[in-house]
Design a protein around this ligand. Sequence first.
Ligand SMILES: [Zn+2]
Length: 86
Amino acid sequence: MHGASTTESGAPLHPHESGLGWEKMKCSFCGKEIKKGTGLMFVKKEGTTFNFCSGKCEKNLLKLKRNPRNTKWASEYHKIKKGKKQ
Ligand SMILES: [Zn+2]
């Protein structure tokens, strides 16, 4: 049946319903993939957006200001992801 779901111009879309809104996000700290519906988002004043897989990563980056490259457990994910040496 046609016209069952009309979309008026300017009508808000619901990305969660389409499944397109939340693409595969990566944790800004450890680089781990964040599953849809999980994780944390943080937007800084200047508009930079961070995504975190856990509060642990959020704390390490924002509060402790750690560099993931210098954090053993976080750099592990980056290594796996790249898969090659420099
Ligand atoms: Zn993380």
